[in-house]
Write a protein that binds this ligand. Structure first.
Ligand code: FAD
Ligand code: DHB
Length: 390
């Protein structure tokens, strides 16, 4: 080995969960190093989530990075559920809560700025990152960095490396428990500097497929449309996107649609996935490394932040009080929160997307919309799930 270091916690992945965990550990005075396979620019350029729950903002604040999200984020007091030319407004005021529209790229930038300011070590473009001896008291991670073969000795490894990362793969197959459902469609997304068609985010059930109108500011829109999972992003350009999008928008929104060049376009697959083995020995899985939800419920980043906060609290108690109770309870506490969000995301996907060609399925969706429109209880159930369950 050409270079060996030691730290208390080795964090794999510098997405939102890894960066937030790093900031919380920094606040607690726990030594750590982050290893990220991509460059900082690549991580920063990944356009994804938009909606943050109140506890997510609170966790960012605790890490010293909540100010901008609170100051510059757009307050979301509700959203519109729409089907055909009908609609139902879900009002968060009924439960005394709100959410915040603040893009994941900005959360990432805020966390990166804070990390730079406190001098935390993040090794970007680390190659061939591999956890070792996770079942022992002395785990370590090997990686390649700037042409050198390196080793990082540590007490714990936090796998914050997303769905395709190496951490979950290093848990032996015979102990790994997984639950998965892959939807036969994805979201084609476009970001553009055009005024949003609607001030409120709208979820639209069209007979030919789902679409969502979201936003990043009064001048920047984020739009999504359901496409078969066989679609290839290389076959899409902005003009083709706008034509499909306009064709599915309700009339009042189509009249307000302003089109423009795409700042970004991508296709995200939709799946529900939970690995309940969130801890094995001294390896902990955090965020998308352990679970994926379809973006319909706006939960993925919020769950990732919840995991990072819980793990940081457990590590604090371990180092400060020599008490492992919180670390030992990490999986159970996290999973209790995760399964409810998985259920809500799956349910919202079933309600709003074209699930099958069977007309019966759409009639059930329409009946559910009509029921929701007439029932305060149904609207409150959606609002409290969307804003985050306590
Ligand atoms: P990631 O963001 O995937 O970060 C993992 C990091 O690990 C990456 O930087 C990756 O490069 C790195 N990595 C991977 N493998 C390795 C390796 N072997 N070695 C080192 N590093 C590695 N969530 C919400 O809460 N609200 C929303 O509104 C919302 N909207 C979404 C819309 C879309 C279209 C999509 C796709 C997602 C959305 N999400 C939303 C989900 C959210 O984006 C994710 O849940 C979030 O990015 C998870 O963060 P993470 O840090 O756990 O994982
Ligand atoms: C976005 C907003 C949502 O409400 C959601 O469920 C997924 C994504 C967004 O603005 O990107």
């Amino acid at each position: 080995m050409e270079e060996t270091r030691r730290t208390q916690v080795a964090i794999i992945g510098a997405g939102p969960s890894g960066l937030l965990l790093g900031q919380l550990l920094h606040k607690h005075g726990i030594d750590h190093v982050i290893l990220e396979s991509r460059s900082a620019d690549y991580v920063l350029g990944r356009v994804r989530a938009g909606v943050l729950e109140q506890p997510t903002i609170a966790a960012l604040r605790e890490a010293g990075v909540g100010d901008r999200a609170e100051r510059e984020g757009l307050r979301m007091n509700g959203f519109d559920l729409r089907w055909d030319e009908e609609s139902c407004h879900i009002d968060f005021g009924r439960i005394g809560k709100h959410a915040t529209v603040y893009g994941q790229t900005r959360v990432t930038r805020d966390l990166m700025d804070a990390r730079r300011a406190c001098g935390g070590i993040t090794l970007y473009e680390a190659g061939d990152v591999r956890p070792h001896d996770i079942e022992s008291q002395r785990p370590y991670v090997t990686y390649r960095h700037e042409g050198r073969e390196c080793r990082l000795d540590c007490d714990f490894i936090a796998g914050c490396d997303g769905f395709h990362g190496v951490s979950r793969q290093s848990i032996p197959k015979n102990v790994l428990r997984e639950y998965a459902l892959t939807f036969p469609f994805g979201w084609l997304a476009l970001l553009a500097d055009v005024p949003p068609v609607s001030e409120e985010v709208a979820w639209i059930n069209h007979a030919e497929g789902f679409l969502m109108c979201s936003l990043r500011s009064k001048t920047r829109s984020r739009y999504y449309v359901q496409v078969p999972s066989t679609e290839d992003i290389r076959q899409w350009d902005a003009d083709r996107f706008w034509a499909l999008y306009r064709s599915r928008l309700p009339r009042d929104l189509a009249e307000k649609l302003v089109t423009g060049p795409a700042l970004e376009m991508s296709i995200a697959p939709l799946r529900s996935y939970v690995c309940t083995t969130m801890r094995h020995g001294r390896l902990f899985l955090v965020g998308d490394a352990a679970h994926i939800v379809p973006p319909t419920g706006a939960k993925g980043l919020n769950l990732a932040v919840g995991d990072a906060k819980e793990l940081a609290d457990g590590l604090l108690r371990h180092y400060r009080d020599r008490d492992t109770a919180d670390l030992d309870g990490y999986c159970d506490r996290a999973l209790a929160r995760i399964w409810k969000a998985v259920r809500f995301s799956w349910w919202m996907t079933n309600l709003t997307h074209k699930m099958t060609d069977n007309p019966f399925a759409r009639q059930m969706q329409l009946a559910e919309f009509e029921y929701t429109r007439g029932s305060e209880a149904a609207q409150i159930a959606i609002a409290e799930n969307f804003c985050g369950l306590d």
